[in-house]
Design a protein around this ligand. Structure first.
Ligand code: NAD
Length: 496
């Protein structure tokens, strides 16, 4: 690509970025940091700064929670139909601006533009899904008990807090806040330092189309200050955190101290178990697609591949052939298949695990190291395949890059044991033509999600969440998630 990616930017995106410095957005207006402290937002595809965001202090985050709580009574007492209408207007507005939001996301997260468009559409679909689901929620449920007139009454909680990572900034906001808003809660969003722009765009848009002030608030800033302030705040009614297990533990501890209900969606080290009856080329193509999708920065990715020994060599050859062809490039270059990783730290992490893994005895079967993209100084890495003992650090820890670790198995029992030999428990997949075996293995793998003959499968209505080191306290995308955002009161009158 000879032209600069910025030359492809839509005028609306250029105009948005011309603001240069982005405060948070609270109570329907800009919410600057009194200190004037800023954090740079970098395009990881070029290494160039595209904007600054404000680094809010703890007291400013606390005040944002107060504003969200003040907006709660009016928002929660709107009729479900009226609230739903506002949220559907927001869904329509986001959909109309899909190309704009996708370019903002491509620029700040290093996400291939077409994939970013898919994420924005997913936000829209998620919001519509929860609005529709909330319409069907029975807030008063009569209980059939002897000698008592009794019912339960569901109502929203108040201001709910959300802390998000940088890998799916806009999509995860949709997964997080849609059920909360549809149930009648107000929200305070803390996006990741690297990827706050799409959240700010959303909050501004929400105000523009008539979402009442204080219903959707965005606090920008560092995790250790702004994020920690949100988790330590005693006036939030629920906390939802998506990110690393290490920070998840801090968030859970803070919420535990305040007895605030908390939901954690954390990292993973998913397995793909491939039996010898599959279409080998097709399965290789799909698993390569899984690790190169968003440059492997996907929590539920399949990064440990257990391959039946009879097809191992053939499978490996197909993977190598396909990986050779992956076009690495700037996210706004339409010919790119795989973009950069999000920042220099993440680049070091991915390369560091490759080095540590090989130093500990892993064999590099393909690729690895830095990639160069002509004309750009971005954070590009080559996809890599490693193999060896499953005790290797690269097989046990989450790398969060385009790296898979391969191992051979002979029997179904052995494959299940290998897949379950991890502290994580987010998502695994089993690949076979035998439907009974697929169901057996899918149910035997310890994780929140088991997929059959596919990886990264999300459908509204299917709960998605993790167990063990991958999550705690719920999931997303289903009726259970919506019900989390109502508190329940039992009302009882003795009849005798
Ligand atoms: P991270 O844990 O470093 O940061 C996530 C968020 O937490 C950011 O907004 C950050 O500012 C904030 N934060 C950092 N320190 C904090 C603190 N002390 N208190 C409160 N907030 C703090 O994670 P990351 O590097 O942004 O994202 C990658 C991780 O997220 C990976 O482990 C990945 O697997 C996980 N993830 C999980 C899911 C899921 O659905 N299970 C989805 C996406 C990403």
């Amino acid at each position: 690509m000879n032209i600069s990616p910025l030359s492809r930017l839509l005028p609306e995106v250029t105009q948005f970025l011309n603001n240069n410095s982005f405060p948070g957005f609270v109570g329907g207006k800009d919410y600057p940091a009194a200190t004037g402290e800023l954090i740079a937002t970098i395009d990881p595809g070029s290494g160039n700064k595209i904007a600054d965001i404000h680094d809010l202090a703890a007291a400013e985050v606390d005040h944002a929670v107060d504003i969200a709580n003040l907006a709660f009574p009016a928002w929660s007492t709107l009729s479900q139909a009226d609230r739903g209408a506002v949220l559907l207007r927001l869904a329509d507005a986001v959909e109309q601006r899909k190309p704009i939001i996708a370019q903002i996301e491509a620029l700040e997260a290093g996400k291939i533009e077409a994939q970013a468009e898919g994420d924005v559409q997913n936000f829209v679909d998620t919001l519509r899904y929860f609005v529709q689901l909330a319409e069907g929620v029975e807030t008063r449920t009569k209980l059939d008990v002897a000698d008592h007139d009794a019912w339960t009454y569901k109502q929203p909680w108040g201001a709910c807090a959300f802390i998000f990572p940088w890998n799916f900034p806009f999509l995860l906001i949709g997964w997080g806040i849609s059920p909360a808003l549809a149930a009648g809660n107000t929200v305070v969003i803390k996006p990741a330092e690297d990827t706050s722009l799409s959240a700010i765009y959303l909050a501004q848009l929400a105000t523009e189309i008539g979402v009442p002030d204080g219903v959707i608030n965005v606090v920008t800033g560092r995790g250790e200050t702004a994020g920690a302030a949100l988790t330590n705040n005693t006036e939030i009614k629920r906390m939802s955190f998506t990110g690393s297990p290490e920070v998840g533990q801090l968030v859970a501890a803070a919420c535990g101290r305040n007895l605030v209900p908390v939901k954690l969606e954390l990292g993973g080290k998913g397995a793909a178990v491939v039996f010898d009856d599959v279409d080998v080329a097709d399965t290789a193509e799909k698993l390569v697609g899984a690790i190169t999708f968003h440059t492997g920065q996907v929590c539920c990715d399949a990064t440990r591949w257990m391959i039946h020994s009879d097809i191992y060599d053939e499978f490996l050859e197909h993977c190598k052939d396909r990986l050779e062809q992956v076009r690495i490039g700037h996210p706004l270059d339409p010919s790119s298949e795989m973009g950069p990783v999000v920042n220099a730290k993440q680049c070091d992490r991915v390369l560091g695990y490759q080095e540590k893994g090989q130093a500990a005895g892993a064999e590099c079967l393909f690729g690895g190291g830095r990639a160069t993209v002509e004309g750009f100084e971005g954070h590009y890495v080559k996809p890599a395949l490693l193999a060896g003992s499953l005790d290797n650090v690269a097989a046990r820890e989450e790398i969060f890059g385009p790296v898979a670790y391969l191992a051979k198995f002979e029997t179904e029992e052995e494959a299940i044991e290998m897949a379950n030999d991890t502290n994580y428990g987010l998502a695994n997949s089993v690949w076979t033509d035998d439907a009974d075996r697929a169901a057996r293995v899918a149910e035997a793998m310890v994780a929140g999600n088991s997929w059959i003959n596919a990886h990264n499968v999300f459908a509204h209505g299917v709960p998605y969440g993790g167990v063990n080191k991958s999550g705690l306290g719920g999931g997303v995308l289903s009726i259970e998630t919506l019900l989390d955002y109502y508190r329940s009161t039992s009302v009882v009158r003795p009849l005798t």
